[in-house]
Ligand binder design. Sequence first.
Ligand code: HEC
Ligand code: HEC
Length: 151
Amino acid sequence: MRAPALTACLLALALPALAQSAGPASDSVTASRERFARDVLASIAGREHLPADSVFRNIESLKGVPAGRLVRMMNMGFGRSLGVSCDHCHDTDEWESDEKRPKEIARRMLAMVETINRELLPKIEHLKSDQPTVNCTTCHRGATKPALNME
Ligand code: HEC
Ligand code: HEC
């Protein structure tokens, strides 16, 4: 029952970001993320299409997502949206560790996004989109703390 909604939510996370991914690694945070993502992808070479939970050690929220796509979501969906590199959420010598608080917050944010997309938005009538959707970028827009005021 959970699977289709989660898949839609994950696509929403991945797609807009991938469309923007052609640009050059313009700053050091982007370059750092690209380097970590490349290293992780190299370490799972040949297993990118297997479910993340069979390739990585500590997958709770993104079970069933192909391992390679999980890494791209980390880079474009999470890191880019918040304007951080991987080490904001990870001990990059031990990716499976839950020691850093933002990692657990990110799991809770994923659940929140899923509730908004699956339960709350569909109850609002007369929206322009057939499937109105929010993702990390909707609120974060490159910052760890979403804005409350127009700048
Ligand atoms: C905003 C926080 C956040 C950022 C930034 C982030 N991650 Fe993650 N990462 C997570 C969360 C949360 C999980 C666990 C997902 C789950 O439970 O399904 C995870 C899981 C992983 C895993 C699986 C580790 C294991 O063995 O279980 C890898 C590998 C990973 N991330 C790599 C990266 C890379 C590479 C980057 C940067 C390009 C990155 N992450 C950026 C939050 C983040
Ligand atoms: C509906 C708006 C909204 C969406 C969508 C959203 N967030 Fe957040 N996020 C917030 C708010 C609000 C905070 C709290 C900021 C503060 O501390 O006041 C926050 C905080 C966070 C933090 C802690 C930031 C820090 O200081 O380290 C992380 C990590 C995070 N969000 C990850 C995510 C991820 C990953 C996604 C997408 C799966 C996401 N968020 C989607 C509103 C949102």
